[in-house]
Design a protein. Structure first.
Length: 123
């Protein structure tokens, strides 16, 4: 049971991940999920989920196949994340982080990542 369900923290005013990441994670967890169910889980409209799925397809991160009346989605976990700050990681590493998967083939190992330059505080 989710301890945050029904509280003001269930859908907080801001999160560390974008709605695009939330939608991608929902689809990765259940490749045959209905977009209506994704919308409910993420806390956005079904139309917003449709736009995000289109963005993810156009970016090559998601492939959709029609199976009867349902869609089956394939997540391209081998692709890098988009922002320069996280581009050294793949979609698989994001999924592993959120889902708590360790030692899965194709998932980046943080120990094998290139060393990062220290960030200097702005003045």
């Amino acid at each position: 049971m989710d301890p945050l369900k029904g509280t003001h923290l269930e859908f907080p005013s801001w999160t560390f991940l974008t709605n695009h990441a939330h939608v991608l994670l929902c689809i990765a967890a259940d490749p045959e999920v209905r977009l209506r169910d994704v919308a409910s889980r993420v806390g956005i409209t079904e139309r917003a989920v449709q736009r995000i799925v289109s963005d993810l397809e156009e970016g090559g991160y998601l492939q959709r196949e029609r199976e009867g009346r349902r869609n089956h989605y394939t997540v391209r976990a081998d692709l890098p994340l988009r922002h320069p700050v996280e581009r050294h990681r793949t979609v698989a590493s994001l999924i592993a982080l959120v889902e708590g998967v360790e030692g899965v083939e194709g998932v980046d190992d943080p120990a094998s990542a290139p060393p990062r330059k220290p960030v200097r505080p702005r003045r």
